[in-house]
Design a protein around this ligand. Sequence first.
Ligand SMILES: N[C@@H](CCC(=O)N[C@@H](CS)C(=O)NCC(=O)O)C(=O)O
Length: 291
Amino acid sequence: MTDPSDYTPPKVWKWENENGGPFASTNRPIAGPTHEKELPIGKHPLQLYSLGTPNGVKVTILLEELLALGYDDAEYDAWMIKISDGDQFGSGFIDVNPNSKIPALMDHSTNPPTRVFESGAILLYLAEKFNAFLPRDPADRAECLSWLMWQMGSAPYLGGGFGHFYHYAPVKNQYAIDRFTMETKRQLDVLERRLTDNRYMCGDEYTIADIAIWPWYGGLLLGRQYDAAEFIDAESYTNAMRWAKEIDARETVKRGRMVNKHRGELHEQLHERHDASDFDTKTADKLAAAE
Ligand SMILES: N[C@@H](CCC(=O)N[C@@H](CS)C(=O)NCC(=O)O)C(=O)O
């Protein structure tokens, strides 16, 4: 790869070289399927095709929250889409999400089945379907949706910007790291100020706004994202840290984080989830022991 200081962009960019980063083998400048592959369909109406990343766990946390509240129709099958293997470019996955990114949901309780992609849209769809985790009062609802959309617009600067250049990029480029660290810290300060007088993002009520924001920004503050807690001075965001720890302690969040997880401790990885009992019997450590 060319040294950043020696690079002059050509008149027309061409897809010639892999960029050397960890996602180089799956990154492409075109959309559409690379191969034919049907998606599996399990026994529940809700079929989730995902991976245990911050965008993926938003949905599994919400589903586990709904189940814990007694919404039995939120039972779901969660299938793992290995994005490092290019599963997101299979024809069946693209039928559910033409954008080739996890998470993607099919709701077979409707006729025809309803597809939903983009994690924010999935959270809103499920919150409306079950009438939960979304305030009913119009002003409170507007506040909640504002924070939900804030997350969808902001996190790409954290993930695709800061996380990419600070953690993943094969060269450490100060210009890029400074630019995205500045923006990430500004976003953390937005959260810090909001959470100084509010227990949750929308006041006293825990909502889909918290469920969307926590996996990215809570994960960063708790040191789980990009190994960057010290670099961004996570401890200085005391109110956001209090919120991050409070949500982290929820049993539903612990379960949601395990689903479709393929890294870390084996007992925290539930590669596929088809039943609530899978958390007790089908984690990766138990499957390995049974072999
Ligand atoms: N805005 C999308 C972003 C989804 C997204 O970026 N998913 C990543 C994993 S966290 C992915 O599937 N990447 C695969 C790829 O880029 O090929 C959402 O919130 O659902």
